[in-house]
Design a protein around this ligand. Structure first.
Ligand code: PGA
Length: 264
């Protein structure tokens, strides 16, 4: 694991954009795993700026989003479809037919739908670079605490904490989603490279458990300890509870010196 400590959210966003842009330039047909939430907003802003200023080209790229709320139409202002359109897809040239987000409006045979989502990822060649945020409860995607570490794309009941967090942004109580469709932890672990972004003190406990705690289904992000190529990009506030910050800086220095390609 590489733990990269940055001063603040803007530095996290710029470094994340540098890594994603590098992946797109070195493999134009890159398959990106994308995340929603407040954390990747800066990354999307930076990528859009690179698209405008340096013609960073997404025309051959493919994307798969981690999750979507069950019951929300793509046009719903709180849907992840809407989020992605507003904050990223409308600003870059990633072709519509190669953007994938779970469909929150499906009804009936959920398992078959989720199996098709998994199959689409496989058919695209697998995810090259997966972007992740982390929830205050340690979730990645909507893999709430106690999700199986081997889980695949499926329906997931949202935790009380997540429902509470969401309540503030839904105008109508009846609309607050209780379930989501999410890639599983097993799906995420199959990505070739994982980039987890975290900023702010509210994430410090989850970040420390994910990086330095035991691997446990109680903290879904701790499963990333089993991934061979994961980078945690953390700002000072989110790194607050990590006990080995000096060691992570030393690892980074040695990596720069000996295997700089791991940082590109
Ligand atoms: P946030 O959400 O980026 O809005 O903090 C992260 C998450 O819950 O995965």
């Amino acid at each position: 694991m590489l733990v990269v400590l940055k001063k603040d959210y803007d530095e996290v966003s710029r470094e994340a954009a540098r890594i994603v842009a590098g992946a797109v330039r070195s493999k134009p047909s890159v398959v990106l795993g994308l995340a929603t939430g407040s954390t990747p907003l800066g990354l999307y802003r930076e990528l859009a700026a690179l698209h405008r200023a340096e013609a960073l080209d997404f025309s051959q790229a493919t994307s798969f989003n981690l999750d979507e709320y069950l019951g929300l139409a793509p046009s719903h202002p709180q849907s992840f479809h809407h989020f992605m359109e507003q904050n990223f897809f409308s600003q870059v040239n990633l072709p519509r037919h190669r953007r994938h987000i779970p469909d929150g409006t499906i009804q009936g045979d959920y398992d078959a739908y989720c199996a098709r989502y998994e199959q689409a990822i496989k058919s695209a060649g697998g995810i090259d670079l997966q972007i992740l945020g982390i929830g205050r409860n340690g979730h990645i995607g909507f893999n709430e605490p106690t999700s199986s570490l081997a889980s695949r794309t499926r329906l997931k009941a949202l935790s009380r904490e997540t429902i509470e967090d969401n309540r503030q942004v839904f105008a109508d109580e009846g609309e607050v989603p209780r379930c989501a469709i999410t890639m599983g932890i097993g799906t995420i672990l199959e990505s070739r490279r994982v980039l987890l972004l975290a900023a702010g003190r509210s994430k410090a406990a989850a970040v420390a458990k994910a990086i330095e705690g035991p691997i446990t289904s109680s903290v879904s992000a701790s499963a990333l300890q089993m991934h061979p190529d994961v980078t945690f990009l953390i700002d000072e506030e989110a790194a607050y509870s990590l006990t080995q910050r000096d060691y992570y800086r030393h690892v980074l220095e040695m990596t720069r010196l000996l295997t700089p390609e791991r940082l590109s």
